[in-house]
Design a protein around this ligand. Structure first.
Ligand code: PGA
Length: 242
């Protein structure tokens, strides 16, 4: 077992050109020399420029979503090939905001993961229960269902990354308790073939103030950070807490 942690930032629909100064402000060690991999997922408009800035700073980039097809008549969509062409190494698929806003189901998420892997990107496959699921005691069942149907059966543990993001903790300032995070991460790992090699990130209101405790949990291999990844000082503080 040698799981290198990942701190990934998801800028969502935020960031204009001036946001590119973010990368130098992180003040990272050279790629591969720090304690974790750092991945920033900017909006698609910034991806190519961000990939250059990231490479110079020791970080990597990822897309926030991809289409299942490589090219074609899909107005407004972006393929995994295009993300790779713009320098991305990762792509988030199945984020709860995509599942809700764009009605993406598990089968669709799985097809995106296949498309991403096919062009050499590492898909970050998101799963997570709603507050109602958790209150009814269905959190594990919901996550298991999402996992089994969103992760391609052919994938080995190094072909993808999972992000466990309880929907009710995203952008709300609420985080799951450390006990709940620990048990869900161990559960997700148990669902994967060669799960000891699978990197499972936690996401949902990760901030400098709570990152160290969350990242110290045995089965937490990093974080997917939304709001706090928009501020270089906050994101750098989270990276330092690995
Ligand atoms: P948040 O977002 O850190 O703002 O809660 C996390 C995510 O949506 O990936």
């Amino acid at each position: 077992m040698n799981r290198r942690p990942i701190i990934a930032g998801n800028w969502k629909m935020n960031g204009l050109k001036e946001a590119l100064s973010f990368f130098s402000a992180l003040d990272l060690p050279k790629a591969g020399e720090g304690r974790c991999d750092v991945v920033v997922c900017p909006p698609a408009t910034l991806l190519a420029a961000a990939s250059e800035a990231a490479a110079a700073s020791g970080a990597m980039t990822g897309g926030q979503d991809c289409h299942v097809n490589e090219s074609g008549a899909h107005t407004g969509d972006i393929s995994a090939t295009m993300l790779a062409d713009a320098g991305a190494r990762y792509v988030i698929v199945g984020h709860s905001e995509r599942r809700t806003d764009h009605h993406e189901d598990d089968a669709h998420v799985q097809a995106k993961a296949v498309a991403a892997h096919g062009v050499g990107l590492v898909p970050i496959i998101c799963v997570g229960e709603s507050l109602e699921d958790r209150q009814r005691g269905h959190a594990e069942a919901v996550v298991e269902e999402q996992f089994k149907n969103s992760v391609p059966a052919s994938f080995g543990a190094n072909d993808y990354v999972v992000a466990y993001e309880p929907v009710w903790a995203i952008g709300t300032g609420e985080t799951a308790s450390l006990d709940d995070i620990a048990s869900m991460h161990a559960f997700i790992r148990s669902l994967s073939v060669n799960g000891e090699d699978l990197r499972v990130l936690y996401g949902g209101s990760v901030k400098p103030g709570n990152a160290a405790d969350i990242l110290a949990l045995t089965d937490v291999d990093g974080a997917l950070v939304g709001g706090a990844s928009l501020d270089a000082a906050d994101f750098a503080a989270i990276i330092k807490s690995v």
